[in-house]
Design a protein around this ligand. Structure first.
Ligand code: MD3
Ligand code: FE
Length: 218
């Protein structure tokens, strides 16, 4: 990276593929060219499956708002976490995965060494200033051999990347509008989270961050 300006609207376009682990890579700016199409698709998804604050099994309301698209969607309530074919809010199937989502996820995964990635779930997370995601593992998916691909849009965030145990020390990685991260193999079950979002309004999205996470859940 040439500069480290957290206040920039996106990372410097230096084509970098930064290794975070053995099989975890940040692809700086990989989604920049598709950002407008991705955001238009998010708007269309949210009209059918609105963003909502889910409740954890422990009874806490998540500060991040979320929705889903694809055959499976991640949900949480007092009974637990699970993937479901229908949106519990509307009783309807989740909106389909837009083509631009599938293409981008497949290309990014291939770039990081995971060819042939076809996700069946996309979580769409929306952060406003103060929203955070505490350290967790993603283990509600059946197939840990498939990678996870994440796309960051809007305000920058500090991604926390830990180890296989909750107490392991965490790296702090700033993620900007247009960045894509791919996690697989031995890094797939590492603890991770997002630090409380700071207010640095983005030119396109204002005071929000949208994160898309593509998974093979079923
Ligand atoms: C690292 N989302 O939705 S990127 C999540 O920015 C989630 O909204 C964050 O963690 C966000 O579960 C972080 C996605 C991510 C997803 C799975 C991972 C990072 C991961 C699995 C292993 C290591
Ligand atoms: Fe996660």
């Amino acid at each position: 990276m040439v500069t480290g300006d957290l206040f920039a609207d996106h990372a410097p376009a230096d084509d970098a593929r930064i290794a975070l682990g053995e099989a975890a890579f940040v692809l700086r700016g990989f989604a920049l060219a598709d950002a407008a199409a991705l955001l238009a698709a998010v708007d269309a998804i949210a009209r059918r499956a609105p963003f909502r604050h889910m409740v954890t099994p422990g009874g806490f309301e998540m500060s991040v708002a979320l929705t889903n698209c694809g055959p499976l969607g991640w949900t949480s309530d007092r009974r637990g976490y699970r993937y479901a074919t229908q949106d519990p809010l509307t009783g309807e199937p989740w909106p389909p995965l837009p083509d631009v989502f599938l293409q981008l996820a497949g290309h990014a995964a291939a770039e990081a060494g995971f060819p042939g990635f076809i996700p069946d779930a996309c979580l769409v997370n929306r952060y406003v200033p103060g929203a955070r995601l505490s350290l967790h593992q993603d283990k509600d998916e059946h197939d840990y051999a498939a990678p996870i691909v994440s796309v960051s849009l809007g305000m920058p965030a500090v991604f926390l990347f830990g180890g296989l145990r909750r107490a392991d020390k965490t790296q702090r990685i700033p993620l900007f509008h247009g960045d894509v991260v791919v996690w697989g193999g031995p890094d797939r079950l590492r603890y991770h989270g997002v630090a409380p979002l700071k207010e640095h309004p983005h030119a396109v999205l204002g005071s929000q961050r949208i994160n898309l996470t593509f998974r093979k859940a079923g």
